[in-house]
Design a binder for this molecule. Structure first.
Ligand SMILES: Cc1ncc(COP(=O)(O)O)c(C=O)c1O
Length: 403
């Protein structure tokens, strides 16, 4: 059987960083569905972990990539690239950014943001302003600097010593942040809604307070939009829920609709710190990636996907809150738009996820008590209803109630 062969080969040749994966391999995808090699259909409520915003094999994205690949894939940023200039303009017009630099992943975008913030202060003559404050339970990537920024010991500890001069403080505690700031504070880096630790939104007052503190203390505010950006939360960018503008923000995941790419986006006053030779990337911003990014923005506009994210988010959260009334096992429903966490009172998340998988629905877990939903932004009510019915059956099964 093909799946067994894949698993055997994977176990033999692929480094075991993912452990025992969900036992399926997909052959192709269409819209909200992925199809395994034996042609079983799976409803995708994970979206490749907030990547596949347009769903699978969206014709506009496929055509854009195919057309560009037919012309040429790569040429180096030593030359001017039309799609790179167009996508940079598109991102700036959709946000508070004046300038953009393209990377290949979220971690790499965050590295770029950290470098830019440090260079900004250095070029102003503040050589000591190099400390970065982040939030506990945050996730910013797997490189040595972004692990240092990440506020979760389990990711960091095996790799110490990490890049120095990072510290993290509890989210939604402005006093703790004030106490952590000193003359050497360079930047504060935050996710408006923490994704990897289980969908934890920052409060409005907190983000407003962080913004004011950064203004008052000449500290760069970096917002990590890698997961919560690109329409995921019902607005184009997560920071837009808070009526603030970051100095720098980063994108990745859904930016290329599945094609790997990231971006460091900054306001002019800080973007100007990057001068020729200060930063670079062989692949970042290549014609193929940027064509994919442009296609994503085009589909967002044509199919009104941000509005759909907002409306479907309210629909799912409403349905989940109704389930919560019926099942004591559910302790909290959190999220905005289509970035949703279901927290259980006990450690049943993996069991629920596995049972959803048995019903051909893909979801994710955080720790052992949280299910995370990050569906493509094209999701419709009929898909949500399938998920909710399945969840209800599973909770009945787990609690031993009749359906
Ligand atoms: C908020 C956030 N920042 C950064 C990253 C790292 O992105 P990548 O895996 O593309 O390096 C992630 C990945 O999950 C993320 O959720």
């Amino acid at each position: 059987m093909l799946l067994d062969d894949i698993i055997r080969k994977d176990k033999k040749y692929f480094m075991n960083t993912f452990g025992d994966r969900t036992p399926v391999a997909f052959d192709y995808g269409i819209g909200m569905y992925l199809y395994s090699y034996d042609n079983t259909e799976y409803l995708d409520f994970l979206g490749g972990i907030a990547v596949s915003a347009l769903g699978h094999s969206h014709p506009v994205l496929v055509d854009a990539i195919t057309e560009q690949a037919r012309k040429f894939i790569h040429c180096s940023s030593l030359y001017y690239i039309k799609s790179q200039a167009d996508l940079a303009e598109t991102i700036c017009r959709s946000s508070c950014a004046d300038k953009v630099f393209f990377s290949n992943s979220g971690a790499e975008a965050n590295e770029g943001a950290i470098k830019l913030a440090r260079l900004y202060h250095k070029k102003k003559g503040n050589d000591n302003k190099i400390e970065i404050i982040t939030l506990k339970n945050s996730f910013h990537g797997r490189t040595l600097a972004t692990l240092a920024a990440t506020g979760q010991p389990k990711y960091k500890e095996p790799f110490s010593p990490l890049t120095p001069k990072f510290k993290s403080v509890p989210m939604n505690d402005l006093q703790a942040l004030k106490e952590a700031i000193n003359d050497n504070t360079c930047a504060i880096m935050i996710e408006p809604i923490q994704g990897e630790s289980g969908v934890n939104p920052a409060t409005y007052e907190y983000i407003k307070g962080v913004r004011s503190l950064c203004f008052a203390e000449d500290i760069i505010l970096i917002v990590d939009e890698v997961q919560c950006g690109m329409g995921r939360t019902g607005k184009m960018y997560g920071y837009q829920h808070y009526d603030i503008n970051p100095d720098i923000f980063t994108l990745a995941k859904a930016l290329g609709g599945g094609f790997p790419m990231g971006a460091v986006c900054a306001q002019n006053f800080v973007a100007g710190a990057f001068e020729p030779g200060d930063h670079g990337s062989t692949f970042g911003g290549n014609p193929l990636a940027c064509s994919a990014g442009l296609a994503v923005f085009r589909v967002f506009e044509e199919e009104k996907l941000i509005k759909n994210s907002e409306i479907m988010g309210m629909y799912i959260i409403g349905k989940l809150n109704a389930l919560k009334m019926d099942y004591d096992e559910i302790s909290e429903i959190r999220g905005k738009g289509l970035m949703i966490g279901i927290e259980f009172n006990n450690e049943i998340a993996v069991e629920v996820k596995d049972k959803l998988f048995e019903k051909n629905i893909l979801t994710g877990t955080v720790k052992t008590s949280i299910i995370r939903l990050l569906p493509p932004l094209i999701v419709k009510k009929k898909h949500v209803d399938i998920l909710i019915d399945a969840l209800e059956e599973i909770l009945d099964e787990i609690t031993g109630e009749d359906s």
